[in-house]
Write a protein of this length. Structure first.
Length: 123
């Protein structure tokens, strides 16, 4: 399964999830195998200043099946779902913690209200 996670920083497995997916400076792309082994890479967000639908389309083109986010609007969720990309909202933690939660089937979708949509104001 290919998973995308928006990140506030690029410091490997200790990178923290971003408050809002679209304005995250980085994305982690995780390839999770059935045996719970995984590989990942962190890339700069090429669409930090984007129009509606651009990031979901970008994720679709990269083969993403699951988008793990902290904050996201319903409009964006609908676009992701129309592209057959599942969204899990309200997630907190580091890349390592999130991957471990997914691997152990403990990551749950939760309502979350975005405190600030821009990454420079932290998580």
């Amino acid at each position: 399964m290919k998973i995308a996670i928006p990140l506030i920083e690029n410091i490997g497995k200790d990178s923290r999830i971003s408050e809002h997916f679209g304005h995250a400076p980085y994305f982690a792309f995780v390839d999770l195998k059935e045996n719970k082994e995984y590989s990942y890479e962190i890339e700069k967000n090429p669409l930090e200043n984007h129009s509606t639908g651009e990031i979901p389309q970008y994720m679709h083109e990269k083969g993403v099946e699951l988008m793990v986010v902290r904050g996201i609007g319903m409009k964006a969720i609908n676009v992701f779902e129309n592209l057959n990309i599942q969204v899990i909202r309200g997630v907190d933690g580091t890349l390592k913690e999130i991957i471990e939660a997914i691997s152990s089937n403990n990551l749950k979708d939760r309502d979350y209200t975005v405190k600030s949509k821009f990454h420079d104001q932290g998580v």
